[in-house]
Ligand binder design. Structure first.
Ligand code: MAN
Length: 570
């Protein structure tokens, strides 16, 4: 038993030594600057070498003799002799690479094993491939762990996204059912509303018509009153007949402004007649012709004159002499402004010149003031009365109409409520449909990013990305946000569609395009903006990592192994 084990061990050791010897031999015979995979071209004939492209056949001694013979540079893999030559660094323990053969023996260490600087007396390079390889493997291991963590997160994202998608679908179909129900309800409420509004409208119209009739009647009466007053005012002899002679006394009818009212002018005022009675005046002349307008104009002027007179503190008899007024004159228009009371006072004061002389100046002034103030008060009172009359409000509706309004109000508010709910539901459906139309990736893995925003701040700006919504920029030290685009589409190369997001139609750039953003996405354990830049004016680029793109699970053990020769050959 013992001897058998011993024998086996000796055999193993022997084989191992043999392998090492063989490998060393192989390494020893490997030509400088040639990779294992290309070694075969140099081992065919020990005497002759055929250029790899077949362009020439040269004695083997001319290989690596620092003179370029082959067009494809294959005779000088280990020297800088050929212009396009490539030198292979074995870099045992790390990653083998090719370097341009011009870098061989140039005094700079390019290969981590130092094999590119072999000339005697040239730079001494240290071989740090093992350390670099170890660090590289460590880094790759870490990356792989992160990628695997990202992969697990991605699975959770997929679950979340698919659940969300289902939730949206379910919500949408139940909202649609609800909408159909509400549509019916809304239509029912609308019919009730219309039915209730019909009698309400009728009753209100009836009430309002009555009110308007009343107003019209009132207006008519006012007009008649104004006409009667005007008539009485001008009918100075009070005989109930207005003659051209009487009209000629009213200065305001002097239409050609020649200083006197002519017979023609007066006749025209009376509608071509020489006289009219009160009834004809009130019912026809006043309302038909220009008379009313002219008369009102005269009144205005009188009123203005009166005010001017008050302002200069000197009561003057206006356009028509006080004695011309008839007793019947009671309200409105000229008569109001030229109120008898004023003129009674005025007359009393001025009746007897001698007496007047005796009135002391101060007393006279006081009386004048009192007259003016009384007139002013009366005018204000009149204006107030007119205003109140104009503002007379329509009386409340009767009880029956009020009841109908109440019923219609209730029907309206119930319809409004149903209608608002219907509109609200419609909006919810539109929002859900919009959400559903967004492409959250083949497995819904990007859905998680919706409703989240990410920021990145550089020297000048804070950039914000709200995936599937918008991209913005705002000055770091405060100021308004500028749109760098709203969600457009996935814009990756064919086969990599989901690696670039495009946001377009942002704020217009002065002398440039509308701002837009491309988001380059890659696998990472976190959702994060790594960088933001503006490679072209108003075209922005973000680098963004997300677990949603960690699509493969890596075998961590593989990362502990040095990379195989040829793995990264150029
Ligand atoms: C702002 C920013 C910049 C942009 C210029 C273009 O300053 O949006 O990113 O380059 O406008 O005028």
């Amino acid at each position: 038993m013992y001897s058998l084990t011993m024998k086996r061990s000796v055999c193993w050791i022997f084989s191992y030594v043999l392998i090492i010897v063989q490998f060393s031999k192989c390494e020893n015979t490997r030509l400088r600057g040639v990779s294992i995979s290309k070694q075969q071209f140099y081992s065919i004939d020990p005497e002759w070498f055929t250029c790899i492209d077949g362009s020439a056949k040269i004695p083997f001694s001319k290989v690596n003799d620092d003179y370029c013979d082959c067009q494809d540079s294959s005779d000088e893999p280990g020297t800088p002799a050929c212009p396009n030559g490539k030198f292979h660094c074995t870099n045992a323990g790390h990653i083998p690479i090719y370097i341009p053969s011009s870098r061989v023996n140039d005094g700079i260490c390019d290969c981590c094993d130092g094999s590119d600087e072999y000339k005697v007396g040239s730079t001494k390079c240290i071989n740090d491939c093992k350390e670099l390889g170890r660090a590289d493997r460590e880094q790759r291991r870490k990356d792989a762990i992160l990628q695997n963590e990202g992969f697990e997160i991605r699975l959770a994202y997929i679950q979340h996204g698919q659940a969300k998608q289902k939730e949206t679908e379910d919500k949408l179909s139940s909202k649609k059912v609800e909408l159909a129900e509400f549509e019916q309800l809304k239509e029912g409420k609308e019919a009730i509303k219309l039915a209730a509004e019909e009698p309400e409208k009728k009753a209100k119209e009836e009430h309002e018509n009555k009110w308007n009739e009343y107003l019209e009647e009132k207006k008519k009466k006012q007009e008649e009153k104004a006409a009667t007053n005007a008539f009485n005012q001008m009918d100075v002899d009070g005989d109930g007949i207005l003659t051209t002679e009487e009209i000629m006394l009213v200065q305001g009818f002097d239409s050609d402004k020649d200083g006197a009212v002519s017979n023609e002018e007066a006749t025209k005022v009376l509608g071509g007649q020489s006289q009219v009675d009160k009834e004809a005046f009130v019912t026809n002349l006043w309302t038909d012709g220009e008379l009313k307008k002219t008369y009102e104009e005269i009144n205005k002027q009188v009123e203005k004159k009166q005010e001017d007179t008050e302002a200069t503190d000197a009561p003057q008899p206006p356009g028509i002499e006080p004695e011309q007024y008839h007793e019947e004159d009671t309200a409105g228009d000229i008569s109001e402004d030229l109120d008898h009371d004023d003129y009674d006072d005025y007359d009393e004061d001025y009746e007897d010149e001698d007496e007047h002389d005796e009135v002391d100046e101060e007393e006279h002034l006081k009386r004048s003031q009192a007259v003016l103030e009384a007139a002013k008060r009366r005018r204000q009172k009149k204006k107030q009365a007119v205003k109140e009359e104009e503002e007379e409000k329509m009386p409340d509706y009767n009880e029956n109409t009020k009841k109908l309004i109440e019923i219609a109000d209730k029907a309206r508010s119930e319809f409004d409520e149903a209608n608002n709910k219907y509109t609200g539901l419609n909006n919810e459906i539109s929002a859900l449909e919009k959400l559903q139309s967004k492409d959250f990736g083949p497995d819904q893995e990007f859905a998680i990013l919706q409703d989240q925003c990410f920021e990145f701040t550089d020297r000048e700006y804070t950039y914000k990305l709200c995936p599937f919504e918008k991209s913005t920029q705002r000055p770091k030290n405060g100021g308004a946000e500028t749109s760098l685009g709203t969600w457009g589409e996935w814009d990756g190369m064919p086969g990599e569609k989901y690696t670039v997001m495009k946001y377009s139609r942002g704020k217009g750039c002065w002398n440039g395009p509308d701002r837009s953003t491309n988001v380059k996405m890659s696998c990472g354990k976190e959702n994060k903006i790594l960088s933001a830049s503006e490679p072209e004016k108003c075209v922005y680029q973000f680098e963004f990592t997300t677990p949603a793109l960690c699509t493969t699970k890596v075998n961590i053990e593989e990362h502990d192994q040095p990379l195989q020769h040829g793995h990264t050959e150029l």
